[in-house]
Design a protein around this ligand. Structure first.
Ligand SMILES: Nc1nc2c(ncn2[C@@H]2O[C@H](COP(=O)(O)OP(=O)(O)O)[C@@H](O)[C@H]2O)c(=O)[nH]1
Ligand SMILES: [Mg+2]
Length: 233
């Protein structure tokens, strides 16, 4: 049972040295998808690769977006024999120590396990102001309600684990969205294809280093994408 953690990076050099030892503590391999970061992220990763065969890197020529980065990573994973394929951010918002909990949940019969900040009515987010929290809560409620996925609480979460068969079953080439829309679309398509989705509670830590790539454009894209999905276009 091999696990792969896919991590898209854009200017995350300050986080690599702290993130990698934590993942290497786990039984998993790592694939970075770096989009021509200008701060030396890829060089940092390559330094680590000299000492660990478990680290892999795909370099893309320009900032092409989170969605296509993951699609590239998923295809790479499917051409090898990984059973569990994770999404994780590079900014230490997601604790690699949770990896076994995702796998445990998968082994209980779930095909996609999402790390949720909002299970059982709680909020487990460290470092957000009220505005940021409201935006996230509203975005989740909006997408979950429109798509009829009321058993979920955190459909925009970027910490998740797909069992291999979900990705094998999906036509990855038709997925064009980025950012939050990408997370929403992947969950919805998995659900529509009949796969079982579960959440496990996680604590989300807002980044201390580097900067967020979230933008108004990414939020707008997600708001519109939800209706496209709903009406099957
Ligand atoms: N390869 C790649 N990675 C990206 C891109 N946009 C964001 N990321 C990475 O995706 C992860 C989540 O992005 P982040 O800016 O932290 O989003 P936030 O947590 O919603 O504020 C981080 O590891 C980023 O470096 C992109 O266009 N290409
Ligand atoms: Mg982040």
């Amino acid at each position: 049972m091999y696990s792969l953690v896919i991590i898209p990076t854009y200017n995350e050099a300050e986080n690599i040295d702290r993130l990698l030892p934590k993942i290497l503590d786990q039984e998993a391999e790592i694939l970075f998808i770096d989009d021509a970061s200008t701060d030396g992220t890829a060089e940092k990763i390559k330094n680590w690769m000299k000492n660990s065969k478990r680290i892999n890197l795909i370099e893309r020529p320009a900032k092409l977006g989170l969605g296509t980065a993951y699609i590239t990573g998923f295809k790479w994973a499917l051409s090898r024999d990984y059973s569990y394929i994770f999404e994780m951010d590079a900014d230490l918002s997601h604790d690699p120590a949770e990896i076994p909990n995702f796998i445990k949940k998968c082994s209980e019969g779930y095909d996609l396990v999402i790390g949720s900040r909002y299970t059982r009515g709680t909020i487990s987010v460290v470092g957000w102001d009220f505005r940021r929290l409201l935006l996230s809560k509203f975005a989740n409620r909006y997408a979950i309600t429109i798509l009829g996925l009321n058993f979920l609480t955190d459909i925009t979460s970027g910490y998740r684990c797909y069992s291999r068969k979900v990705l094998e079953n999906m036509n990855l080439d038709i997925i064009k969205s980025n950012g939050y829309a990408f997370q929403i679309e992947m969950a919805y398509r998995a659900y529509k294809a009949g796969f079982k989705i579960a959440e496990i509670p996680i604590i989300f830590y807002e980044r201390n280093s580097g900067s967020s790539k979230m933008s108004k454009k990414i939020i707008r894209e997600a708001a519109i994408m939800v209706w496209r999905l709903r009406f099957g276009r």
